[in-house]
Design a protein around this ligand. Structure first.
Ligand code: HEM
Length: 530
């Protein structure tokens, strides 16, 4: 937020900012005499252990690094705010969506997925688009990507998928690229990845700027209103500057000339006062229409075509302040799909359910224990009061005798609120315990084909060139052949074009009904809402 209109989060952070002014001191506030010469026994003698300044300075430095994120390690963030266009209280109890008079502070982190913290920005990869809303009802995180679907249907496959997509374990090559054997081996063996691979080989995977990137919540979530009624919802972010990509040759050159290209662009635009904006849109499906689609709403490898359910614009987000400190804010921010507020709930999407476990678990390690919500960038503007105590790096000084519920002694223990509480949607659940996915998750190709059919000729040329480039780097011919066999289920012409480019047998035309049919183009692939 700019200085004219300081918001709640900005005001809160005021107490945490440190300008490092004044005389040099130790961490305990003792003024330091000399920070260039260690205390030694004689001018040419050994350094003395009693030099607490040397020990503290070096020890602190030795401990400066924390683990990078296990995925999405490289990113850039900014603060801003969100304002809804209209009240959505008929749909959701979430206040930040219910009152156009309420402006909610946000922190957004954009990221690549596969590369390490120091990798280049303009690689072919998915981009993360994670938004933390500091609402008056608590923090809500919309942890999305710049593509509307995902590689796998069930989170139990995520460790396998990430092991395949990350640099290979024996030599840590390649850094942040889609061109390697393990990736193609995995996705060829998991046909459910085909739709997402089409997006990954498209120009969507090389965005020109974070400011010109769409965002998607991917999963079907649930709005819940004050009466407990649910509505399925998919979230979309649309950049007001339009959606723009680089071309591959340009992206590769930029990797060498300016590996910080996207990060720098975001930072400099905000410094110039050219604040990037996005419109939040929702696709809404009434509970009773859950089964009206030829795919499963719980399947994260599928989108809802906008021809079937239009996107309704509901609000606007502006990013207008760069962080003060990359590590303190962008590195330590902790997003989590399970950070929800009243009015927003989950569905049984098996990928989402695994994510709801994974983020907190990894952050307990990455951020050193259970008190990371107290880190300034994570701290809610809503009041926090509970009986959780102690742990590493506890910054709160809890007062009072008691820290349990129920208690009759008083002494600082919070009582349960009568209103404004988070209530889970009362979904009826029944069924045998099984390790088996419903038949409605089994069609892996129709939407991949819809995507292909939605592309202009030049976009198809780029897609084929990307498949040839990336798959052509895979050394194992059998793996190349398997991926081509997958693609023939999307489009025979595509599969032949790729086969010819990567030196494997062009597949037979299966000639089966449904192949290459001209399904309606997906506006989501190309255009804006409305
Ligand atoms: C990090 C998105 C699937 C585990 C992230 C981040 C984003 C993201 C945007 C970066 C957050 C940040 O900027 O700090 C997504 C999307 C997914 C998906 C859209 C699918 C629709 C999964 C799954 C799992 C997972 C299935 C695990 C089962 C993680 C972990 C991190 C992460 C562990 C690192 C978090 C941290 O260290 O703070 N994801 N992800 N993700 N994701 Fe996902």
């Amino acid at each position: 937020m700019n200085e004219e209109t300081p918001d709640a989060k900005n005001r809160q952070l005021e107490n945490d900012r440190t300008d490092s002014e004044g005389p040099l001191t130790t961490e305990t506030g003792v003024r330091v005499e000399d920070t260039d010469n260690s205390l030694s026994a004689g001018e040419r003698g050994p350094t003395l252990l009693e030099d607490f300044h040397v020990r503290e300075k070096i020890t602190h430095f030795d401990h400066e690094r924390i683990p990078e994120r296990v995925v999405h390690a490289r990113g850039a963030g900014a603060y801003g705010h969100f304002t809804p266009y209209e009240g959505l209280s008929d749909l959701t109890a979430a206040h930040f969506l219910s009152d156009p008079g309420v402006t909610t502070p946000v922190f957004v982190r954009f990221s690549t997925v596969a590369g390490s913290r120091g990798s280049a920005d303009t690689v072919r990869d998915v981009r993360g688009f994670a938004v933390k809303f500091y609402t008056e009802q608590g923090n809500y995180d919309l942890v999305g990507n710049n593509m509307p679907v995902f590689f796998i249907q069930d989170g139990v496959k995520f460790p396998d998928f990430v092991h395949a997509v990350k640099p290979e374990p024996h030599n840590e090559i390649p850094q942040a690229q889609s061109a390697h054997d393990t990736l193609w081996d995995f996705v060829g063996l998991q046909p459910e990845a085909t739709h997402m691979m089409m997006w990954l080989m498209s120009d969507r995977a090389i965005p020109r700027s974070y400011r010109t990137m769409q965002g998607f919540g991917v999963h079907t979530f649930r709005f819940v209103n004050d009466r407990g009624q649910g509505t399925f919802v998919k979230f979309h972010w649309k950049p007001l500057l339009g959606t723009h990509s680089l071309v591959w040759d340009e992206a590769q050159r930029i990797q060498g000339k300016d590996p910080d290209y996207n990060r720098r662009d975001l930072w400099e635009a905000i410094e110039r006062g050219q604040y990037p904006e996005w419109e939040l849109g929702v696709q809404l499906v009434p509970e009773e229409n859950e089964h009206d689609f030829d795919f499963d709403l719980l399947d994260p490898t599928k989108l809802i075509p906008e021809e079937q359910v239009p996107v309704r614009p509901v609000g606007r987000m502006v990013l207008d302040r760069n962080p003060d400190n990359f590590f303190a804010e962008t590195e330590q921010v902790a997003f989590h799909t399970a950070n929800v507020v009243p009015g927003i709930d989950f569905t049984n999407d098996p990928l989402l359910q695994a994510r709801n476990f994974s983020y907190l678990d990894t952050q307990l390690l990455r951020l050193g224990g259970s008190n990371f919500q107290q880190i300034p960038v994570n701290r809610p503007v809503a009041e926090v009061s509970n009986n959780q105590r102690d742990g590493f790096s506890q910054h709160r000084v809890h007062r009072g005798q008691t820290s349990y519920y129920p208690n009759s002694l008083g002494g600082g223990c919070p009582a349960l609120a009568d209103e404004g509480v988070y209530r889970h949607y009362t979904e009826k659940v029944e069924g045998a315990k099984v390790r088996k996915r419903a038949e409605s998750f089994k069609d892996h190709y129709s939407q991949a084909r819809l995507f292909y059919n939605s592309l202009a000729d030049w976009e198809r040329d780029h897609l084929v060139a990307a498949f040839r480039f990336e798959l052509g780097k895979c050394e194992e011919l059998a793996v190349r052949q398997r991926e081509v066999a997958n693609l023939v289920n999307v489009d025979h012409g595509l599969a032949v074009a790729v086969a010819e480019g990567v030196g494997v047998e062009p597949p037979e035309d299966p000639g089966a009904a449904g192949h290459g049919d001209s399904s309606p183009a997906l506006s989501q692939a190309n255009t804006a809402f409305g």
